[in-house]
Write a protein that binds this ligand. Structure first.
Ligand code: NCD
Length: 319
């Protein structure tokens, strides 16, 4: 059985977009849509998680993801605690399991976990007490499912149905948990064609098995796409010399205005952030009329509200 679902097939933990039924992915997007109305109002709160405690466990640095999880929890009226683990017990040698048990002893209802190791959120979910939910906020190179869902939300808002769409994901696929989660979500939602565009050194082996078309030439790969998703070069995860130089990378794979023009005229340009301007994307494109990069950030709040409330069974459907 999928660790993420309860015996009725409802969301209990949100660890990965892989293998989730289409109805559930759509339910997350629809629920987020209803919350985005709340966010537009002057009073931005709903009482769905009143009295519940959410703990943000960040073993790795983050700005956007942590802040939008915190805002999402607050807008659902939960109590939120932010733990920056890199400055606490982990440094003193406490194991992940010990940390978990201690935090559970404080009667916390949900853990939002970011960790540098792939599988960390799954580990916590496997060991969590009944009734405690775990949300993966990024684990190693493995998965970043709420980022993928906020990207799906942004795509759906601009483009409607997924079936007719051609989507290109460009750049450092090898190190990207975001790309992996996006590919599973896009395929789960029935997207027409998913392309990955990257140099061979930045592609995982057998990437085709994920259900994508591979392009090594960006000018070919961008032709007639509806959505361009750029990825950050994850220099901190690169062990050896995978690239000639940043300027050479930009010349071969950087998104310039000329390259955007190869896609459909109404194509949108996305990036999960943080962007390296002049390395993977030209500043004028990141700030240009086709860019939806800041909308992605805003949409992160509604999507994280949706995932948190569904996992806690608080949307009313589960009562
Ligand atoms: C991504 C991450 O941390 O995986 N960023 C994010 O969540 N906004 C992508 C990245 O770091 O490049």
């Amino acid at each position: 059985m999928n660790l993420q679902l309860d015996e009725h097939g409802r969301l209990r933990h949100f660890l990965s977009t892989e293998g989730l039924p289409r109805e559930l992915l759509t339910q997350i997007l629809d629920t987020a849509e209803s919350f985005s109305g709340v966010i537009g109002k002057s009073v931005k709160k709903v009482p769905l998680l009143r009295g519940r405690t959410v703990m943000n466990l960040f073993f790795e640095a983050s700005t956007r993801t942590r802040t939008t999880f915190e805002l999402a929890a607050k807008r659902l009226s939960a109590d939120v605690i932010n733990m920056d683990i890199s400055t606490s017990s982990a440094v003193k040698g406490e194991s992940l399991l010990d940390t978990l048990r201690n935090l559970e002893a404080m009667q916390c209802d949900m853990f939002v976990v970011r960790h540098g190791d792939s599988g960390a959120a799954h580990f916590i979910a496997r060991h969590a007490l009944p009734g405690v939910s775990v949300i993966n906020a990024g684990d190693g190179r493995h998965a970043h499912p709420t980022q993928a869902m906020l990207d799906m939300f942004t795509i759906r808002r601009h483009k409607g149905e997924f079936e007719p769409l051609r989507i290109a994901i460009v750049g450092d696929i090898l190190h990207s948990r975001v790309a992996r989660s996006q590919i599973h979500a896009l395929n789960g939602l029935g997207a027409g064609e998913v392309r990955v565009i990257a140099p061979r050194t930045l592609l995982p082996r057998q990437v085709e098995d994920l259900g994508v078309h591979v392009y090594y030439d960006i000018d070919q790969g961008l032709r007639d796409v509806d959505v361009i998703i750029m990825l950050r070069l994850q220099k901190e995860r690169m062990a050896g010399a995978l690239l000639p130089s940043e300027s050479e990378y930009f010349r071969r794979y950087g998104l310039s205005a000329e390259r955007v023009a190869l896609a459909k005229p109404d194509a949108i340009v996305m990036h999960p952030g943080p962007t390296n301007r002049g390395v993977e994307i030209e500043a004028g494109v990141a700030d240009g009329p086709q860019s939806v990069i800041l909308e992605q950030v805003t949409n992160g709040i509604a999507v994280r509200m949706a995932v948190m409330s569904l996992a806690m069974g608080a949307t009313g459907e589960r009562a």
